[in-house]
Design a protein around this ligand. Structure first.
Ligand SMILES: Cc1cc2nc3c(=O)[nH]c(=O)nc-3n(C[C@H](O)[C@H](O)[C@H](O)COP(=O)(O)OP(=O)(O)OC[C@H]3O[C@@H](n4cnc5c(N)ncnc54)[C@H](O)[C@@H]3O)c2cc1C
Length: 510
């Protein structure tokens, strides 16, 4: 891969993009389509995306705890019986899209309409739908005007139905849920198959989709193994970045906007280290205040996932690729939980892992909010990461109801036929079920929200993704989501990135 080294960098570029992850890789590729625009992309991780653990999507979790994982860890969660959680994030070109589970889901239209209703003009579903379509190519399955067929992200659908998939759909039907064509595009209530960012059995990450086809452009410089330490400000104008690569200190200027795409932890961290954040908190740490933005690091939230049910399967099966979106109560604008069926069993029980199946459920419209903060100005100091799991009691209640719905689903006649031998069910008493959920839930790897987009005093970026109170600086990644989407977060993050690139191109050519 033609990458640059620190010694060939020039003193300034038109744009500097910090973080070559999902959003940053796309933005750098898009901005460099203008051959007059010199773009520098800086990534802390390396470029070895051809290691087997990244090429084979089934090995995604084997990247955990390696050098390609930032290996963040939350603080103790009082509502999860004091447990701490490992939060994996990709530290490699392509970022978390290089180590994720490769599921592709747009989200529910109500998610984006709620962003727009909060004052974020242009972020309603109707406006974003063409961007989702423009991003994707669905290699199998119908597009029928709803989905895209000429975008860079190539998707494989799970259209080959193993008996377990058919039984899952039948059981959903028996429980009164709709059976849909697919649940990968705009989410509706019901069950269906979904798409993966996988082509011919290999991961099709953002690096492959966007960066590799652009990387030999003379106006695009991609520097890996380089850590950005802070932003340079001339007054309140962001003028460039400071960092380190190959043991060399870097100080590089940017003519136009610097784009912060360092992810849900990296972006607020760099803002705060550079003097943009809650003034009192920054002063306490001895940092100079450039802009008082109390919302930086606030609004951290995540989906949480629990394995609800496992059973020995009547026949071994390989892949499933189906899920259900449903509601735990009436009166909410969209489904609030997702049920995933997997062709292996999980949990501590005598159900054999390889010859079992499981139902997992995730709370996909959580109300709880946490925060991220610096603990010190030392780069190596751990971040304070508090997702605030179940800070709102309604979240625990909803996840318990979702687990009960999984148990009922597993008892529906169609799935009952797929079971043989041992099963693992959660406790039936309400009190014990709450304990079960507190003790067994974990991250669904979708944290967002720490540089929230909006127009109120707690927001960090405006609807054009420009940071409030300073100039020449945008944030464009999963951190700007004001509230999490109902599905996994890669596709919406790429929509944010596409929109950021369009807004920037329009601004520089104006
Ligand atoms: C294990 C796992 C499984 C997941 N599974 C799915 C899934 O199946 N489907 C789905 O839709 N979503 C999934 N997600 C979520 C999805 O991957 C993320 O929402 C999305 O990739 C976030 O993109 P981002 O650009 O915000 O951040 P990232 O992709 O994490 O990119 C941030 C980049 O910035 C770099 N960086 C950070 N700090 C600095 C610095 N100081 N200097 C230079 N570079 C820096 C990082 O190294 C990284 O490359 C998963 C995530 C994980 C971790």
């Amino acid at each position: 891969m033609p990458l640059v080294t620190a010694d060939v960098l020039t003193d300034s570029y038109d744009h500097i993009v910090i973080g070559g992850g999902s959003a940053g890789a796309l933005i750098a590729a898009r901005l460099s389509e203008d051959s007059e625009c010199r773009v520098l992309l800086i990534e802390a991780g390396d470029a070895s995306v051809d290691r087997p653990s990244m090429v084979d999507p089934a090995l995604w979790f084997t990247n955990f705890g390696t050098a390609a994982d930032w290996q963040y860890r939350t603080v103790e969660q009082p509502n999860a019986n004091g447990r701490r959680f490992d939060w994996n994030r990709g530290k490699v070109l392509g970022g978390s899209s290089s180590i994720d589970a490769a599921v592709w889901v747009w989200g529910h239209p109500a998610d984006f309409d709620a962003w727009a209703d909060a004052g974020n003009i242009g972020w309603d579903f109707g406006s974003l739908k063409p961007i989702f379509q423009r991003l994707e190519t669905r290699l199998h399955g119908s597009c029928d005007g709803r989905r895209g067929n000429s975008g860079r992200m190539r998707l494989t659908s799970t259209s080959d139905r193993v008996p377990l998939t058919t039984a899952f759909f039948q059981a959903c039907k028996e429980m009164g849920h709709a059976v849909l064509d697919d649940v990968s595009g705009p989410i509706s209530e019901g069950c269906g198959t979904y798409d993966f960012t996988v082509v011919n059995g290999q991961r099709f990450s953002v690096t492959r989709a966007f960066l590799l086809p652009s990387i030999s452009r003379p106006n695009l410089s991609v520097l890996t193994d380089a850590n950005v330490d802070s932003l340079i400000f001339d007054g309140t104008r962001c003028a460039g970045v400071r960092g380190e690569a190959d043991g060399k200190l870097l100080e590089i200027r940017s003519r136009h906007d610097v784009v912060l795409s360092a992810g849900v932890m990296g972006s607020p961290r760099l803002l705060m280290r550079s003097g943009v954040g809650d003034a009192a908190e920054l002063e306490r740490l001895g940092l100079n205040v450039v802009a008082n933005l109390p919302g930086v690091g606030e609004n951290l939230h995540d989906h949480c996932l629990v394995s609800a049910f496992a059973a020995e399967a009547a026949a071994a099966t390989k892949s499933v690729g189906a899920r259900l979106y449903a509601r735990t109560s009436d009166g909410i604008p969209a489904p609030d939980h997702e049920v995933i069926i997997s062709a292996w069993s999980t949990g501590q029980s005598d159900v054999p892992v390889e010859r079992g199946f499981s139902l997992h459920t995730a709370l996909v419209r959580p109300q709880s909010r946490g925060r991220l903060a610096l603990t010190s100005t030392d780069w190596d100091a751990p971040l304070l990461i508090d997702p605030g799991y179940f800070a709102e009691p309604a979240d625990l209640a909803a996840l318990c109801t979702a687990v009960e719905m999984c148990v009922d689903l597993a008892a529906a006649p169609a799935l009952l036929k797929q079971r043989s031998g041992s099963v693992r069910t959660p406790p039936s008493s309400k009190v014990k079920l709450r304990e079960f959920v507190r003790n067994n839930m974990g991250t669904y790897w979708n944290p967002v929200g720490t540089c929230s987009m909006g127009v109120d005093a707690r927001s960090v970026v405006d609807p054009t993704l420009c940071v409030h109170g300073v100039s020449n600086l945008r944030v464009a990644d999963s951190s700007v989501m004001p509230r999490i989407t109902t599905g996994n977060t890669l596709a919406p993050t790429l929509v944010i990135a596409e929109r950021a690139a369009s807004l920037m191109t329009a601004a520089t050519s104006a």
